[in-house]
Design a protein around this ligand. Structure first.
Ligand code: GDP
Ligand code: MG
Length: 603
């Protein structure tokens, strides 16, 4: 297929606006999948995606569409909509010339619509605005067109109106892709250059790389090299995704395809890398800004015998999720483990769920923390090596308050879009989270867009959930990084029977000490099961006790009170007790459920 008849595009939208459904319809319409397959969201392959109904990984598919008697190749890249996964979106965009900006005709423009629009706009991509769900009774396409006009200066005449669910207007979308988007800016005759924009691990074939062929062509048997690692490989397999893998002999400029070249280890396939032919000099393609992790947590095996298994699982999963950073870590209570960096809390949760579901791992995660900047008081040693600034993302490593000169914390600029009836409670929430309002704009006569500066630590844990709750699900939220700001921070220690458990310590703003101290000890009293001994739970800051609770001792045999009772009930309780024990971890001579470290910070 000649270049002029290739289009590479992505669908971007706020979560739940119908990207995956539209992708399904496009696949059906072009005959890539059968209409009757009855399988929803074909591109959402991961178990966690099916369970949570969200798209985590961007997926691709190549479609053949006949337009005015000519065959066109359309490469579709489905993207996730959640803020935590916006690096997946920007990676996908680097292989595209245009995007479909999908907006729910009932919900209207939402926070991620705004973020995604600017991502595409900033990458000089053509934007096809499409309103979805026009079949809904409450759909109001006129109002949403007005929002698009106000916010992005989009002409209502350019907006397509469809129902992905009922298959209305799908053909117009395909035609618009061909008519409005340019073909890829690639060179068929040139030297082979391909941008690796995704990769995953296959048990039999090693690491597979999804690449956009910018120039030239590649065939099975060719020898290719990585600009990043300089290593060379023989091309063993090439395929296109439609959406299932179909083997091909060669791939040419403009195409998106999968290459397998027997990369043994996960680290060899680098996202953002350029592949070229061995012995040919090429200029590397522009890679991606590496995603910067915002939230860090320790990860440990349930017991050290599982250390090797967990390491293997993390290695493989990181290949498929390059936004995660991994560093070796150890903790007095939990032993050898790793400190992982994530883009947000949902990212962390999805990662650990995938470790369990896809790799059978059974890890303990510690409470997440952002990276604080600590400037130390001058000491003789510091004057000598001038190293007075620490970046701390592990509360256990937070210096003693006597050593600290000042602290800084990471800030974000948050965008909230909400119906104005929830304005009051949302503004209180932002104030409670130490937010500073930057602007408030009416985007139509009943919706407002708020911009707030907020500390990242106040946002990562449950801000999004709380916002959803207080707005009955109507408000949406997105944020971007804004660097560091001076702040008054302290470390709160948690003591169990007088022993400080570093893994439970938290860094917080000094204004929070009283309320958080109470909350933490109460929460721990609820989470920790009663044991043979009484447990004193204390929260301290700079050596002063802020809050204290006592957990009473408990009798050992949970079935004792069922004496003479039903045997099956007794067996069941004993089994539960045994299972409960298995998930416990001894810390300071107390067994803690493995979720303790992460649950303690949740509301
Ligand atoms: P994504 O998060 O953007 O990928 O959204 P999904 O494709 O998973 O769709 C979210 C929900 O909206 C699903 O329950 C779909 O069935 C529903 N949906 C998608 N398109 C339409 C539509 O055109 N009309 C209606 N009524 N529902 C739709
Ligand atoms: Mg989806």
């Amino acid at each position: 297929i000649p270049l002029e008849r290739i289009r590479n595009f992505s669908i971007i939208a706020h979560v739940d606006h119908g990207k995956s459904t539209l992708a399904d319809r496009l696949l059906e319409f072009t005959g890539a999948i059968k209409k009757t397959s009855g399988q929803n969201q074909v591109l959402d392959k991961l178990q966690v995606e099916k369970e949570r109904g969200i798209t985590v990984k961007a997926q691709s598919a190549s479609l053949i569409y006949i337009y005015q008697g000519e065959q066109y190749l359309l490469n579709l890249i489905d993207t996730p909509g959640h803020v935590d996964f916006s690096n997946e979106v920007s990676r996908s965009l680097s292989a595209c010339q245009g995007v479909i900006l999908l907006v729910d005709a009932n919900d209207g423009v939402q926070a991620q619509t705004v973020a995604n629009f600017y991502l595409a706009f900033g990458n000089d991509l053509l934007i096809i605005p499409v309103l979805n769900k026009i079949d809904l009774k409450n759909a109001d396409p006129e109002r949403v067109c007005g929002q698009l006009k106000t916010l992005f200066d989009i002409d209502p005449k350019d907006v397509l109106k469809i129902s992905a669910k009922q298959g209305i207007g799908i053909e117009c979308v395909l035609d618009a892709i061909i008519e409005r988007l340019p073909p890829p800016n690639a060179v068929r005759g040139g030297k082979f250059r391909a941008l690796v924009f995704d990769s995953w691990y296959d048990k039999y074939r090693g690491a597979l790389s999804l690449m956009y062929i910018k120039d030239g062509e590649v065939r099975i048997g060719d020898s290719v090299a990585s600009c990043h690692t300089k290593k060379t490989y023989e091309v063993r397999g090439l395929s296109v995704l439609r959406p299932n893998e179909e083997s091909v002999d060669k791939l040419v400029a403009g195409q998106i395809g999968l290459v397998g070249c027997n990369m043994r280890s996960s680290q060899e396939s680098c996202i953002g890398d350029t592949l070229h032919k061995t012995h040919e000099e090429v200029e590397p393609l522009q890679g991606f800004k590496p995603a910067r992790p915002m939230v860090f947590a320790g990860i440990y095996p349930m017991d050290q015998s599982q250390h090797v298994h967990l390491r293997g699982a993390i290695d493989k999963l990181v290949l498929n999720d390059s936004a995660v950073t991994v560093n070796i870590d150890s903790s007095p209570a939990l032993g050898q483990g790793w400190r992982l960096g994530f883009l947000g809390l949902l990212h962390l949760e999805v990662f650990s769920q995938r470790l369990v579901q896809e790799y059978g791992a059974d890890p303990i995660l510690t409470a997440p923390s952002v990276t604080y900047k600590v400037i130390l008081k001058p000491t003789k040693k510091i004057i000598e090596d001038k190293n007075d600034t620490l970046f701390v993302n592990n509360p256990a490593l937070f210096p003693d308050h006597l050593q600290i000169k000042e602290c800084h914390e990471p800030m974000v600029s948050g965008t909230i879009i909400t119906p104005d009836s929830y304005l009051g409670s949302i503004i209180s929430l932002c104030m409670e989270r130490r937010g500073v309002q930057k602007s408030a704009t009416n985007i139509d006569n009943e919706r407002v867009m708020l911009v707030y500066d907020l500390p990242l630590s106040e946002v990562v844990l449950d801000f999004h959930d709380t916002l959803k709750t207080i707005s009955s699900g109507y408000a949406s939220f997105d944020y971007e990084d804004m660097g560091y700001q001076f702040s008054s921070l302290v470390k709160m220690n948690i003591l169990l029977n007088g022993t400080a458990v570093d893994e439970l310590s938290v860094i917080m703003h000094s204004s929070r000490v009283q309320t958080m101290g109470r909350k933490l000890v109460l929460k721990l009293r609820d989470i920790i099961p009663r044991q043979m001994v009484q447990i004193a739970i204390q929260a301290t800051v700079n050596g002063k006790v802020i809050a204290r609770e006592t957990l009473k001792a408990y009798r050992k045999d949970v079935t004792a009170k069922l004496y003479g009772g039903d045997v099956t009930r007794r067996m069941k309780l004993l089994a539960q007790q045994a299972a409960g024990k298995k998930k416990m971890r001894m810390v300071a001579n107390i067994s803690l459920p493995r979720e303790t470290f992460i649950d303690v910070l949740k509301k």
